[in-house]
Design a protein around this ligand. Structure first.
Ligand code: NDP
Length: 504
């Protein structure tokens, strides 16, 4: 039998007794000098880091992206350099609204965050299982998330807050059509697609820019639960998605996703009928077909969940040469907020933790800060310098991006069509899917004041009259009463549905 190692304190001195604390006599009080007890209790008090404000409940695994098709004419990124190229990756899946102890089988968007450890640094694709999002301007992000979290008074989640916000923000209609469809309650993380959602850019070796969207399609097939099935699962197992992913990988049944891109030539953005930088819109496949790129396989579970998944930090700002940003307002704001969240949650040196550390050499002039646990860079700590410190590489400079216009707070709803694409999705659904959609809405709108329900029904009706009528019928509401309101502007609709004007 292997000989046990000697138990020590955090400072390396041997522990003589790990069963009995130091007391004044066998029945006496504890002594302040029992530093081993104090260290143990104080360390335990600090075992948790703050949970993520959103996407707190998650699961993850490691794997590989293998390139199967040549896209070097679009991007010079090392990850795409040749067919057969393999890049290690880490994926973290999550729910959004629930806290860290929440059940997995709940109706919610699923986070789909990937960290690719490429030969030229880390590339993070921090997406969801939906190609769009509820809002298009990050100025509304904290407002939106507040409606998904606990009400300040009741400390419970509030259907009224959710529907009040959504019905006042019709740009959310596309995303809620997905959320309340069958796909809003997946059977597990293996059965969802992943989308980069934002528009990013590709830069090729000739320094040409293309706009790009990323799609990861599950090779396990989309599998979903109805609300009733989901409730039964939660009653028996709160960790259903974690268990499914972990056990599949542990048993050698490695989940895979096919990786595709949609490519838009840079100049098309000016004339395409949809704003390609609007996160509430997709690029229809008919206009921009999916181009196959590779296969991502997850084949290794973490050995230590806290070290490798909880401390994993993904950020859309982590890009590599050949992949760039776009003017998408949500993306621009996320470039700031994710790294900022990690600095708060884990600490300023989070990128040096083993799970986040790039597989290439890191050379910066950042120094010091809380919990600096690597060599801290040393001298010189400034640039330019005459002592052989790291220097910039102009080869990675992106081509200039043309930007025009006057700085102002432009109304993002003015002239924006929030109804066609949600309507297109609705019209794609089978009768059974439509039926599930109507029932899921009716369940989620329980207890919401009628004037707010009426406002939302008008949005459904504007996407497709059958959509509005279907939800209204499930709720026992006469759609004919509100159908004429589809002609109103948003401002007029809001006026109609104030407490004063609607009457309760
Ligand atoms: P297509 O018929 O070419 O594509 C339809 C897409 O819808 C497929 O990607 C399909 O995914 C997906 N889909 C089907 N049911 C659902 C659902 N309940 N929730 C989310 N996605 C679903 O049509 P278009 O490209 O013209 O798009 C039509 C509508 O499809 C869009 O308005 C949008 O709502 C939705 N959609 C479009 C995507 C895009 O990038 N163009 C991506 C995802 C959705 P799958 O192939 O996995 O079955």
């Amino acid at each position: 039998m292997a000989k046990n190692k000697k138990l020590t304190t955090a400072h390396g001195s041997p522990v003589s007794d790990n069963q009995n604390s130091l007391t004044a006599g066998p029945r006496g009080p504890l002594l302040m000098q029992d530093y081993q007890l104090l260290e143990k209790m104080a360390t335990f008090n600090r075992e948790r880091v703050p949970e993520r404000i959103v996407h707190a409940k998650g699961s993850g695994a490691f794997g590989t992206l293998t390139i199967t098709h040549d896209i070097t004419k679009y991007s010079k990124a090392a990850v795409f350099s040749k067919v057969g190229k393999e890049t290690p990756c880490l994926v973290r899946f999550s729910t959004v609204a629930g806290e860290r102890g929440a059940a997995d089988a709940e109706r919610d968007v699923r986070g789909f965050a990937i960290k690719f450890f490429t030969d030229e640094g880390n590339w993070d694709m921090v997406g969801n299982n939906t190609p769009v999002f509820f809002i298009r301007d990050a100025y509304k992000f904290s407002d939106f998330i507040h409606t998904q979290k606990r009400d300040p008074k009741t400390n419970m989640r509030s259907n009224t807050a959710m529907w009040d916000f959504w019905s006042l923000s019709p740009e959310s209609l596309h995303q809620i059509t997905i959320l309340f469809s069958d796909r809003g309650l997946p059977q597990g993380f293996r059965f969802v697609n992943g989308y980069g959602s934002h528009t990013y850019s590709f830069i090729n070796a000739a320094n040409e820019r293309f706009w790009v969207k990323f799609h990861f399609k599950t090779m396990q097939g989309i599998k979903t639960w109805t609300n009733a099935e989901g409730e039964a699962v939660v009653g028996a197992d709160r960790e259903s998605s974690q268990r499914d992913l972990f056990e599949a990988i542990e048993g050698g049944d490695f989940p895979k996703w096919k990786f595709y891109v949609q490519i838009m030539p840079e100049a098309d953005a000016e004339s395409y009928h949809v704003n390609p930088f609007d996160l509430t819109k997709v690029w229809p496949h008919g206009d921009y077909p999916l181009i196959e790129v590779g296969v991502m396989e997850l084949n290794r579970n973490a050995e230590n969940y806290f070290a490798e998944i909880e401390q994993a930090a993904f950020e859309p700002s982590s890009i590599v040469s050949g992949i760039g940003f776009s003017p998408d307002k949500m993306l621009q704001a996320r470039i700031m907020s994710y790294a900022d969240a990690h600095r708060y949650r884990i600490g300023v040196n989070y990128a040096a933790l083993p799970v986040n550390k790039p597989h290439v050499e890191v050379n910066t002039y950042h120094r010091d800060g809380n919990m600096r646990f690597d060599g801290n860079g040393g001298a010189p700590n400034y640039e330019p310098n005459s002592f052989g410190g790291p220097v910039e590489d102009k080869a990675t400079l992106e081509p200039p991006l043309k930007i025009s216009g006057d700085a102002a707070r432009y109304d993002h709803r003015a002239g924006n069509d929030d109804y066609t694409q949600p309507g297109n999705l609705f019209r794609l659904m089978s009768d059974n899917q439509k039926e599930q959609l109507f029932s899921n809405y009716a369940a989620a709108m329980q207890g919401v004041p009628e004037r707010i329900v009426a406002r939302q029904l008008v949005h459904f009706y504007k996407a497709d009259p059958e959509y509005g009528r279907g939800v209204a019928k499930k709720m026992g509401i006469d759609m004919d009463k509100f159908a004429p309101w589809a002609e109103l502007s948003l401002k007029e609709l809001i006026e109609k549905t104030t407490e004063e004007n609607y009457g309760g």
